[in-house]
Ligand binder design. Sequence first.
Ligand SMILES: [Zn+2]
Ligand SMILES: [Zn+2]
Length: 120
Amino acid sequence: MVVSVMDPDEVYGSKRKNYNKPIKPRFKGTCPVCGKEWKSNRPGQVTCGGECSFAYHDAYLVHQRYEKYGKVREFKYSGECIFCGKEWKSNRKRQRTCGEPECQKKLAQETLRKRLNATK
Ligand SMILES: [Zn+2]
Ligand SMILES: [Zn+2]
C-alpha cells in the first residue's frame, strides 16, 4: 500500500494524539532498595518492582509485622545488628538487623544482591 499524496500531519495527526495520550501514573516514589524512581498506577507500591519488591518484603515487611503484633512479650532471640552493631531482640531466629530503616535498607539491598547472584 502506497500513501503518497497525503499530508503527513494528517496521517500521523490522529495517531499521534493516541500516542501522546498521557497514561498518568497516580503514584510515584523512590525504591528503598535500589533508589530508582518509579511511577505506577498500583496503590500500595513501594519499590520499583520485581526483585526489589521481594527483597523489600524480606527485609521490611516481616519486621514491621513483628513490630505490630509483637507487642510486649518475651523475645526469644537477641543479637547484634550485622550493620551497625546495635543490639536487637526478636522472636525471629533469622533476625539480623536492629530494624532501623538504614539497616533494613542495607539488608534489602543485600537480599537483592543475593537473589540476583542466585539466578545467574
Ligand atoms: Zn528497586
Ligand atoms: Zn542496625
